[in-house]
Structure formats: C-alpha cells, structure tokens
Design a binder for this molecule. Structure first.
Ligand code: NAP
Length: 497
C-alpha cells in the first residue's frame, strides 16, 4: 500500500460504508511519514448503526451451533495463513514494528483462531448429580449479546484476535473499535471474516477517535460486554461507565514489567533475553521489560553487556531486513518518551546510552528513538514506577533475593515478571512471591502463548484473563439447567425423604 492514499470504509451489517458525517482521518507510516490511507472518522451515529446491526444478527448467530460457528473461524485461521506476509507488511508500515515481529503478530492471530475454533466443539459445561431422584442437573455456557471491543495499536492483529474470535465462538456478535494508529490492519482483519463467509452483522468495525467512538460504544445500551486493552487511565474510566450501567468489562491495561538477575545467572542468556524484552517492538509491548533488578555482584558485568548490545541495535524502517528496532508509533509518543528520559535525569538516574531522538539520514523522516538504558535508578523514581512504553529500561541494584522480589513487587502494575537464576529454590520462590499474572524463569518478560491465560494483577487488570480457556468466561454467561423427570413436585432442600 504505497503511493496515493486510498480511502477505506467501516464494515457494518455486511456493507463497507463511510462515516455518516463523511469525515475521514489518516493512517500514517511512522517510519516514513507517508499517508497510507484514509479511514472513517466515525461518530456515535455510526456506532449506533453498528450496534443495531450486531443486535439484529445476534438472534440467528446465537442459534448457529457452536461447531458450525467454529468452522468459519477455522477458515479465518486458514486465510490468515495465506495472507500472513501481506498482513505483516501492512502492519510494519502502519505501526512500525520490524517485519519478523509483525509476522509473529499475525501468527498469534492464527494460533488464537485455530485454538479457539477448536473450542467450538467443546465449550464444555458440566453435569452434576441432583439431590433429587429422577432429576438432571447441568450447566452450559450462553452468549451474552453484543460485545464492544476496543484495542490498542501495539499488537494490531493479535490483540483483536484474542477478543473477537472467542466472542464469536461463544455466540456473541461484535462491534470492534480499533486504535486510531492502526485502522488499516484492523479493517483488513475484519475483511478476512467477510471473505470466509461470516454472516452480515455478526462482526462490525467502526474506526474513529476513542473519545467519541469508544465512549459511545461502551455507553450504548445494547452493548452487554466490553473488552478493552489499552492504558490504565482509559480502562478505569471505561470501567466506571460500565459499573454504572451494570455491564461486564474485561480490562487488560498497563504494565511496568521487571526481571531479576541473580549472581548465578547465565549472563549471556540474560543479556540476550533482556535486550529483546526491553527493545523488541521498540519497547512498546505491555510486557516490555522496563526494570532490570540486578544483584550487586553481577551488576557491572550485566550493565556493560546490556549497554553494549543496546548500542549495536540498528534502527530503521521495519521493512528492511537489517533493521533491529523500528520507529515508535508517532511523534507524540516519541515526545512522551523523551519527557520521561528528562524526568529520569532530573531524578538523578544516570543515562548510560540513548536518550535522544534519532535524526540521521532516513531516520529523520520517522519517529525514531535511541534504545536507552538508565543506571542508578531507585525503585521509587517515576521512571521506575510509571509506564513509559518506549525503548527505555532501568537498571536497579539489589543486594539479595528478598530485596529484589520486594522491589519487583513495588509497583501499581502486575503483568509480567522474570528471574534469571540457576538455583531451583530461588526460581520456585520467585514463582510463589512475584505478584504478577505472568512469571518467566530464565526468559525475558515477553513471549506469552495463546493457550495460557494472559493478564495481570493490581492495576493491570480487573481479574479477567484473555488467552487460555479462561477467555471464554469473559464472553459467556453460565446457565444452570434442572430437568425434573420424576413426574411430581420435588422441592430442593425441603423434600429430603
Ligand atoms: P489507550 O490510549 O488507552 O487506547 C487504547 C484504545 O482505547 C484505543 O482504541 C483508543 O482509541 C481507545 N480510547 C482512547 N480513549 C478512549 C475513551 N475515552 N473511550 C473509549 N476508548 C478510548 O492506549 P494505547 O496508547 O493505544 O495503548 C498503549 C497501552 O496499552 C499501554 O498502557 C499498554 O501497556 C497497554 N496494553 C496492555 C496490554 C495488556 O494486555 N495488558 C496489551 C497491549 C497494550 P484511539 O486510538 O482512537 O485513541
């Protein structure tokens, strides 16, 4: 997708249509500044159209047997396989991550689609013995209705797939509002469902600003469940709205992930893994490692290796095969990152490398920020507490295992944590004591797989999990069924003889 910018449309009730207002907004390549396309800048009236279409489609979709729903989702997986390369290229152009990572993002959507489509033939409930004779008791999952899905830009296909595919297999219909930085990937993803024969109205997409489209989606009375991934600030605001309306909301929010490096760690492995965790996806992963808590005994060695590696990373357009780190998603995000670097310096942290915008040659056209390592960081500093969401990591010294665990847990967030050690006791104690939804041993903080629950503690989430079978609980309601075939009145708890 290069050259003259094409205009794209929302997908509502099986038709591709523009915003009622006719307004559009741009999708821009952060590596080059090129406008990739124009998409609808929709408003509440478009959301209303989409929700009404989804509500109407629910009547027949919920009655479509789950294995049949799943057959369509298997076809989605197959089509994603066929289009993996063009989807990945579009993703790299639209949000900047390097092509190998973009392929991984599409692969995650493929994995999720195969995994969850398989659930169409399970969606297990259970039977239980009744306390009465001649009475059957069991429970089944029921769909809820229209689901509103709001997603960020950093995993523009994987994250929507974690939500859309399970919502559909459970029998719900969906209105999807993607991030405004990545509408083209989202529109293409939805088109794949159309191409494999998903009935009109079952999945709808409305692009536009979060403050208008997202808000009106959450507030729409016919939306029964909201699934949101994004910042804690936005997520908690939406949770308030949902609480007032008695709606379910599943929240996947911010992180301030950390790794502990013990004196017996394999420092080569730790350096590889932490370089990848801190600077992969340009540090714009919810699980990115932004705190490295290292034992005093190995701190000088590990820090030197990390700085060395950070300096070797090649920045550039993610479509180039020799690029290690792409741009950050926008200039606004770049400025936010740089403000944090200045805050860190004012707080007294030592900048070992990075801390600058990159403007040499081709980099001048895009939003590039040098991989940045801070030393001398104290756990209470803002750069150690607040999510920066960019290629910036902090080295924090600890003098014991217990001190390291305390520092790691000293965070409002609780998404992902890791420990590097060869001591099985330390590893197992860390698994017990780290207050996060995901723990890695001898691995960085990134790299979740779709068939395990994904999510975090504290202000990272609100108790729900995506991924794994647990995601089905977000998108279904339990229905308990009693079938009395005794032919007489049997009163539970009362007729005991
Ligand atoms: P964001 O600003 O909160 O936006 C997320 C989504 O919410 C976007 O679609 C956005 O739309 C929409 N939105 C913004 N304001 C809204 C409002 N008032 N009402 C309804 N929707 C609204 O977050 P982001 O900058 O895109 O993403 C980065 C954040 O996501 C980081 O905090 C990161 O940790 C988190 N994240 C978490 C996970 C996880 O699983 N825990 C995974 C990935 C990312 P617009 O794009 O139009 O503004």
């Amino acid at each position: 997708m290069t050259g003259r910018a094409e205009t794209f449309r929302n997908y509502i009730n099986g038709r591709w249509i523009g915003a009622r207002s006719g307004a559009v907004m741009e999708s821009v390549n952060p590596a080059t500044g090129e406008v990739l396309g124009l998409v609808p800048k929709s408003g509440p009236e478009d959301v209303d159209d989409a929700v009404r279409a989804a509500a109407a489609a629910f009547a027949s979709w919920r009655k479509t047997p789950a294995p049949r729903r799943a057959e369509i989702l298997f076809r989605v997986a197959e089509r994603l396989v066929t289009h993996k390369e063009d989807l990945a290229r579009l993703m790299t152009q639209e949000m900047g991550k390097v092509l190998t990572e973009a392929r991984g993002d599409v692969q995650e959507a493929i994995d999720m689609s195969y995994f969850i489509a398989g659930e169409g033939r399970r969606l297990h409930g259970y039977t239980a013995p009744s306390e009465m004779p001649h009475k059957a008791a069991y429970c089944v999952r029921s769909p809820l209705g229209v689901v509103g899905i709001i997603t960020p830009w950093n995993f523009p296909m994987a994250i929507p797939s974690w939500k859309i595919v399970p919502a559909l297999v459970c029998g719900n219909t969906v209105v999807f509002k993607p991030a405004s930085y990545t509408p083209l990937v989202a529109l293409r993803f939805v088109q794949i469902f159309e191409e494999v024969g998903l009935p009109p109205g079952v999945l709808n997409i409305v692009t536009g600003p979060g403050s208008e489209v997202g808000d009106s989606l959450v507030e729409h009375p016919q939306v029964r469940v909201v699934s949101f991934t994004g910042s804690t600030e936005t997520g908690l605001r939406l949770a308030e709205k949902c609480a007032r309306a008695g709606k379910r909301i599943s929240l996947e929010m911010g992180g301030k992930n950390a790794a502990i490096v013990m004196p017996d760690a394999d420092l080569g492995l730790a350096t590889d893994a932490l370089t990848w965790s801190a600077f992969g996806t340009t540090g714009q992963r919810c699980t990115a490692c932004s705190r490295i808590i290292v034992h005093r005994a190995v701190k000088p060695d590990l820090t030197e290796r990390l700085v060395d590696r950070a300096r070797q990373l090649r920045l550039g357009d993610g479509l180039r095969s020799n690029t290690d780190v792409g741009p950050v998603v926008s200039d606004a995000q770049l400025e936010r990152i740089h403000r944090y670097v200045e805050i860190g310096q004012r707080e007294g942290a030592r900048l070992l490398t990075g801390g600058t915008r990159m403007r040499e040659g081709e980099l001048a056209r895009g939003s590039f920020y040098a991989p940045t390592v801070f030393d001398g960081v104290r756990p209470e500093m803002r750069i150690a507490q607040e999510e920066i969401f960019g290629p910036v990591t902090d080295v924090i010294e600890a003098d014991s295992f217990d001190a390291a665990v305390t520092v790691l847990n000293q965070s409002r967030y609780g998404l992902s944590a890791s420990i590097f050690t060869r001591d099985i006791n330390a590893a197992m104690q860390a698994i017990d004591d780290l207050d996060t939804g995901i723990v890695y041993v001898n691995h960085g903080t990134i790299g979740a797989e779709v068939h395990l629950p994904f999510g975090g503690t504290k202000e990272t989430g609100n108790g729900h999990r995506e991924g794994g079978l647990q995601v089905l609980d977000v998108f279904s309601e339990w229905k308990s069924v009693y079938v009395d075939y005794s032919g007489r009145l049997q009163r539970a708890q009362i007729d005991r003889e």
